[in-house]
Structures are given as structure tokens and as C-alpha cells.
Design a protein. Structure first.
Length: 135
């Protein structure tokens, strides 16, 4: 799906590629290949940053921002997590009313999740999680 996304310049297909890689990282982790899973997460985060910075659709910015923030917490990169949490807070404070219904619904769901994760940062680090899951 990565190749298709690049050919078609489709952010939806690029996003699908990220979700497939997230699934692969989880499979690697569940099979004890944490080094490979961690490397995959780093690649995913890099791609998500590119997508976030070039996002023309809000849902891509919201989803990629969520992934970046959660991966940053996983790797204990609190400065990065704080930057993306600030983005979400600014959207909530300044843009929420102007979002279309679909984007608003997605944003509220993602904002709730990233806010809880950010408030409980220690629970989301690599050392605290069971694979990629909360205990």
C-alpha cells in the first residue's frame, strides 16, 4: 500500500500503510521481536510526522498527530509528546467549533485519548506497557 499511496499521492492510502505497519509492529512485539518492533515504530513516527506536516485534511492531521504523540510517550520523548498535545489543545480551544461534523467527532475521540495518555505519561512508556498494551 505504500507504493500505491506514493503513485496516487493519496493521503488515505498512505494512512492505510501506517495502520498496516502498526499492526506489523504489534505482531513483531507479540513474537518477542521488540527491537524490530521498536525500529518499525520509529519509521512509522517519521512517516506520520511527514503526513502531519503536509496534511490537507484534518482527519489525517488528527490521526497522524495521535500516532506521533503515543509513539513519543512510548519512547519517553516527552518534549515531542508535549508539542503534539499542545497542538490538540489549540485545536480544541480555537478550531473545534469550525470543524465539520465528521472531523469534530473524530477530534473529540482522539483528543480524549491523547489527553488521558498525556496525563498518564508514565503508563505509556516502553517500560510500563505490556507489549503495546496497558496492563
Amino acid at each position: 500500500s505504500s507504493a500505491l499511496a506514493e503513485i496516487n499521492k493519496s493521503s488515505e492510502l498512505e494512512w492505510h500503510s501506517i495502520t498496516l505497519k502498526l499492526t506489523l509492529a504489534e505482531v513483531l512485539m507479540s513474537h518477542g521481536k521488540s527491537d524490530r518492533a521498536d525500529a518499525m515504530l520509529q519509521q512509522i513516527s517519521e512517516k506520520a510526522v511527514q503526513m502531519f506536516e503536509g496534511a490537507k485534511q484534518k482527519f489525517i492531521a488528527f490521526r497522524s498527530g495521535r500516532v506521533i504523540l503515543l509513539i513519543a510517550l512510548y519512547f519517553d520523548e516527552l518534549k515531542t509528546a508535549a508539542e503534539y498535545h499542545k497542538y490538540f489543545t489549540q485545536v480544541r480551544n480555537n478550531e473545534l467549533k469550525s470543524l465539520n461534523d465528521n472531523d469534530k467527532t473524530l477530534f473529540k475521540r482522539i483528543y480524549g485519548e491523547v489527553s488521558r495518555a498525556f496525563e498518564n505519561q508514565r503508563k505509556y512508556t516502553r517500560q510500563s506497557l505490556n507489549g503495546f498494551h496497558l496492563d
